[in-house]
Design a binder for this molecule. Sequence first.
Ligand code: NAD
Length: 253
Amino acid sequence: MSSSNPVVLVTGGARGIGFACCQSFFNAGFDIAVTDMDGDVAQVSARELDPTGERTFAVELNVASTESVNGAFAKVGEHFGRIDVLVNNAGNFRQAPSATYTDEDWEYVTGVHLDGTFRCSRAAYPFLKESQQGAIVSISSIMARIGLPKRLSYVVSKSGIEALTRVLAVEWALDGIRVNAVAPGFTHTRSHDELLGKGLTTNEKLLDAIPIKRLADPMEIGNVVQFLASPTASYITGQTLIVDGGASIDIRI
Ligand SMILES: NC(=O)c1ccc[n+]([C@@H]2O[C@H](COP(=O)([O-])OP(=O)(O)OC[C@H]3O[C@@H](n4cnc5c(N)ncnc54)[C@H](O)[C@@H]3O)[C@@H](O)[C@H]2O)c1
């Protein structure tokens, strides 16, 4: 039995931008596969979205493992009978000088952002091909285009996600699958709080760099992700939409 509603699978969906994506798709009438490497928080978040449990399904999914990805997609396929949209959102972070970055530091970040986006897109393909509205939206970052020091693997991964977006958009266009990305600016989530907590930057510095003078609320990202996956965006593919309150166009001299 297939769900009568379209189904979205969100990676890293338990918190932050991923959870905001789940909320936005839920409001748009989708059934939601809330997936996260933290399966317990995914359960709690899924229940928060729909206390009846009818329109949500929580699954543990670690994007850094092909076995975990394929197993979780099979479970979601079995539960809802379809997957129409994939949101590649799961993310982590490690900051260190490039010259002393270890292989493990490099793989810790690329294995989630870049490899994870590839793995999940590959696992989603057979489902999206069956859908009449197949779409992928991956979360990049404004940092994909900036030579941000000490975040080499993050910046390279996010640039790679934008390249992957273009290649898959062309390759899968005839299968009716649109592939896009969203590049958020500074967004108020747990990872932002951690950045401030570690003293890596200050709120004042960040606000100074944003013309709109405030951080994004996660829903301001989630709603754009949902828009790109919706029929309203039916002629948009292969693009990365920057959602940053103007931060990336504000160079002060
Ligand atoms: N917050 C920002 O300012 C900002 C800006 C630009 C881009 N982004 C991107 O947005 C995405 C979400 O970031 P956030 O700020 O909401 O982070 P967050 O830390 O609040 O949430 C990330 C979620 O991903 C999950 N996760 C981590 N590793 C995983 C893995 N291997 N497999 C599955 N799930 C995993 C975590 O458990 C967590 O629930 C990331 O890709 C991040 O790079 C964030």
